[in-house]
Design a protein around this ligand. Structure first.
Ligand SMILES: *[C@@H]1O[C@H](CO)[C@@H](O)[C@H](O)[C@H]1NC(C)=O
Length: 363
């Protein structure tokens, strides 16, 4: 035992506060094969209290933030559009010249902070109110290249999130033609092959099987996970007799293009999150525990959406605690350095008073 003199005590007095908030030496490793992952959509401000992404990136309950939505595939100037409600949109922020594509590059450090905390950040294409669809496979492939260059590992196109390299894309297709999505996914996979980091492709089908919009693509192209919407449908969590996870599990192992695909229970995070299908936190935790024990395809829980979960007594934290209790401890890793696989900024926006910003291609 060491006896401290007055000088030692003085040192301790300075050292203790610094030690009480150490920088994270390790963070939980994201691992898609686990069955205790929590994914949350973020971006549509369902609560009216949506905070910047950074608020959710500090939340250890969240494993995957899905930014919602890229809701127009081919807008002005042939560019897509993104709408993140109060956080960033074409009406509230600068746009890339000649387009309605919002410049949300202020979010780049926030996205990278999320990734450093062991989370993946993906972008959802579609949504309930969107202008989406392809007229041919070649159009779908070109769009995949555009998405790769603007949000993932590519360059030479507007970068709405600046140098931040998202971890993948999600397809929440609820209207338009179902054709072309398999070609889109295969093209994303082709571009991601050989990249330094892993890119993820997910979808958010409705629970009625098979999904009318994305079902064909799920059979034809390899997805990593499906966030099945067990709400706003007759087969939702509020209809235990019709709840059809078993059908999805069977499909995953026998029909899906990726037989190791993970199936999530997609659930509303509050009564305000869906017209039908909300169940209280204890009921959802029981669904998740049962799924962990019953189905090897089970990957975790998806919640619509982050701001509503926080407003509903931190609904997501209770679900994550329950998921973690049913799974082995998550190994920690050293935080991934920012800027790996980072694209060169290829465009610069210059805000102007009249007519919107102009855009200067740098190469
Ligand atoms: C990911 O989790 C699985 C269990 O689901 C485990 O077997 C595997 O080793 C983990 N991978 C890494 C890289 O930690």
């Amino acid at each position: 035992m060491t006896v401290l003199g007055p000088f030692g005590l003085l040192l301790l007095a300075f050292a203790v506060p610094a030690l009480s908030v150490p920088p994270p030496a390790t963070v939980p490793a994201y691992n898609i094969t686990r069955n205790d992952n929590l994914a949350v959509y973020w971006g549509q401000d369902g609560s009216g209290k949506q905070q910047d992404l950074s608020a959710y990136c500090q939340d250890s309950a969240i494993d995957n933030v899905i930014i919602a939505f890229l809701d127009v595939f081919r807008g002005q100037g042939g560019q897509p559009e993104i709408n993140l409600a109060n956080t960033c949109s074409a009406s509230g922020n600068a746009v890339f010249g000649g387009t309605s594509l919002a410049d949300c590059s202020f979010m780049a450090p926030q996205i990278e902070a999320c990734q450093k905390n062991g989370k993946i950040v993906t972008l959802s294409l579609g949504g309930a109110d969107s202008k989406v669809g392809f007229s041919s496979d070649s159009q779908a492939q070109s769009f995949a290249d555009q998405i790769w260059n603007s949000f993932l590992g590519g360059s030479g196109a507007p970068r709405p999130f600046g140098g931040a390299v998202l971890d993948g894309v999600d397809l929440d297709i609820e209207q338009g033609s179902p054709s072309g999505y398999a070609a889109f996914v295969k093209q994303i996979r082709a571009r991601a092959k050989g990249a330094k980091k892993q890119f993820f492709v997910t979808a958010a089908p409705q629970c009625p099987f098979p999904d009318a919009n994305i079902g064909d693509a799920l059979n034809a192209a390899p997805f990593d996970a499906v966030y099945v919407q067990f709400y706003n449908n007759f087969c939702g969590l509020d209809q235990p007799k019709e709840y059809n996870f078993a059908t999805w599990d069977h499909w995953a192992k026998t029909v899906s293009a990726n037989k190791d695909i993970k199936v999530y229970i997609g659930a509303p995070a509050s009564k305000d999150a869906a017209g039908m299908g909300y169940v209280d936190v204890g009921t959802l935790a029981n669904y998740a525990k049962h799924a962990q024990k019953t189905w090897s395809s089970f990957g975790g829980v998806m919640l619509w959406e982050a701001s509503l979960a926080v407003a509903n007594n931190n609904f997501h934290k209770t679900i994550k605690t329950s998921l973690s209790a049913g799974a082995p401890p998550r190994p920690s890793i050293a935080p991934t350095p920012a800027g790996t696989d980072t694209a060169e900024p290829a465009w610069v926006t210059i805000p102007t008073r009249v007519g919107g910003p102009i855009i200067i291609p740098l190469h």
